[in-house]
Design a protein around this ligand. Structure first.
Ligand code: GLC
Length: 514
């Protein structure tokens, strides 16, 4: 078999979970693959060879993306580092020859539509797209939509979706209840296909060839009762950002690996930096919304406390390790973390960290490109590591990610599908990976030399276990399950003792799960 085909075969086997980590490493070595490509493969296949650990309650409750059919393991694919943000002066970087796609990466110049003839049939139609609103996402959307309009004649009305995923869900529900045609294409969180499927167009025929390019596990996540209701757009997972310059200044030669180390380091650095009254130790997503579900899931899993609900639907949240960890997080508030972290979402945390006012931050990969943009005060002064864990436990990162789908009530379904065909094309995913550090959902993109080169931190994250929220077992009740969970955790962060609250969360979720 030629080298390329053997690589494809290895990638397919790794992604389908047929190979252990050791097998992937061995075969990759035989193929002479470089370290970043191996890291990408390992991350894509779940990042760890470790089998599902047993929680304190004795149940197996850790989802690894390769094992659960509903879990979007493609989200655990490589992340790309940025060339610059859209505000930055254009930078051009050509993929080396031999790259699957020879492209230039300028944040203000989108790739052309690969086959514009399909879209041109619908020239003159206008569609409304609920697009990105976090970080530079809206700027990238504008550049891409303008290119699409230029090439096809289809006009795009871009509406930034609510930044808060929980509110965003409610907004779509309202549209759908009213069978509104005011939205055509929309961004969909990885946890929503099960709930929103009845209102979304089946893309499995129109985008059959394109779907084959994406990691199968995300396609499965987005397939409900045989309908492909959304196309994967980018993946996400939780990571620890830390200030390299400050760690060095305070005598640390590596980032924290345990939560206690993080607490000690943050305390020392915050104390040393107290001449800056705005400076804080650790920022994260503490508001009562979906983001807190992601953060708290990481805390609990990394303390050996399981995943709230296990893959069989058994509610496992009420256990001593979960309670201990949530009380520990409560102790951060007002000490290493600001009091108002209990109302922080992604952008609040990023603004503090990127402003140079925090030593550590939990966030998603998009913040990497932002932090390295030309006008960022922390450009070149931070790095990324796995989120800490309790001593002896594994490191976890919650799987996130976004898809694009078409509303069942759209009056321009074909034009909408053409827009999605472009937005989820390998060309656009590659461009977005390089200019915005959005995690690709296709092996073809993840292994592109330009993308591989732009991921200096990926190797550090290859042993992180990807943990999925229980949207599979909870099905259409997921939003309610998550709401009980984040509301309870937010109460704990605001001062309530975890043991009583966690017991209540357990009962509430058990009632929903039936
Ligand atoms: C990110 C993730 C998404 C998650 C959200 C929570 O956008 O990609 O899956 O629900 O954060 O705030």
């Amino acid at each position: 078999m030629p080298h390329d085909e053997r690589f494809q075969e290895l990638a397919r086997s790794a992604l389908s979970g047929r190979l252990s980590r050791r097998d992937v490493l061995r075969r990759a070595a035989v193929l002479g693959l470089s370290a970043p490509v191996i890291a990408a493969l390992l991350a894509a296949c779940g990042g760890s060879s470790n089998k599902t650990p047993t929680t304190s309650s004795g149940s197996t409750s850790t989802s690894e993306s390769t094992s659960a059919s509903t879990s979007p393991s493609g989200s655990a694919s490589p992340m790309a580092s940025p060339a610059s943000s859209p505000e930055a002066s254009p930078s051009a970087e050509a993929s080396p020859s031999g790259s699957p796609m020879a492209m230039t990466f300028d944040p203000k110049v989108a790739p052309p539509v690969p086959d514009p003839s399909k879209g041109k049939q619908f020239s003159g139609q206008k569609i409304t797209y609920y697009g990105d609103s976090v970080g530079a996402g809206n700027d990238f959307d504008k550049v891409l939509a303008a290119q699409f309009t230029k090439d096809t004649g289809i006009e795009i009305n871009i509406v930034p979706k609510p930044q808060d995923s929980t509110q965003n869900f409610a907004t779509y529900q309202r549209f759908f209840q009213g069978k509104s045609s005011d939205v055509d294409v929309m961004m969909l969180d990885v946890i929503w296909p099960g709930s929103l499927a009845p209102h979304l167009v089946d893309l499995s025929q129109a985008l059959a060839d394109e779907a084959k390019l994406h990691y199968d596990t995300i396609i499965q996540n987005n397939t409900v009762d045989g309908k492909l209701v959304a196309m994967p757009w980018f993946g996400d997972f939780g990571m620890l950002y830390y200030r390299t310059d400050l760690l060095e200044k305070y005598g640390y030669d590596k980032p924290p690996t345990t939560w206690d180390e993080l607490q000690d380091m943050a305390t020392k650095i915050k104390d040393g930096e107290k001449s800056n009254a705005s400076f804080t130790g650790f920022v994260f997503q503490g508001d009562a919304y979906e983001g807190l579900t992601c953060d708290a899931l990481e805390w609990i899993a990394s303390a050996g406390g399981g995943t709230i609900v296990d893959e069989n639907g058994k509610v496992t949240v009420n256990n001593d390790k979960a309670i201990g960890m949530l009380n520990k997080a409560k102790g951060w508030v007002g000490n290493i973390s600001p009091r108002d972290v209990t109302s922080f979402q992604e952008e609040d945390a990023r603004n503090v960290f990127q402003g140079g006012n925090a030593a550590f931050m939990r966030n998603w990969p998009y913040a990497y490109a932002e932090g390295n943009s030309s006008d960022s005060p922390i450009k070149g002064k931070f790095d990324v590591a796995p989120l800490p864990a309790a001593g002896g436990e594994k490191h976890y990162g919650t799987v996130g990610g976004w898809q694009l789908g078409v509303s069942q009530y759209s009056k321009s379904k074909e034009a909408s599908i053409e827009f999605i065909r472009y937005m989820t094309s390998p060309e656009v995913e590659t461009w977005r990976a390089v200019v915005g550090s959005y995690v690709p959902t296709m092996e073809k993109v993840a292994s592109d030399p330009a993308v591989v080169k732009a991921m200096p931190f990926l190797e550090n994250l290859q042993d992180v276990v990807r943990v999925t929220r229980p949207s599979g077992p909870a099905g259409e009740n997921y939003n309610q399950v998550s709401t009980y969970f984040f509301q309870g955790v937010n109460k704990i962060l605001n001062g309530e003792d975890a043991s009583g609250v966690v017991q209540q969360i357990q009962q509430q979720i058990e009632r929903v799960m039936g």
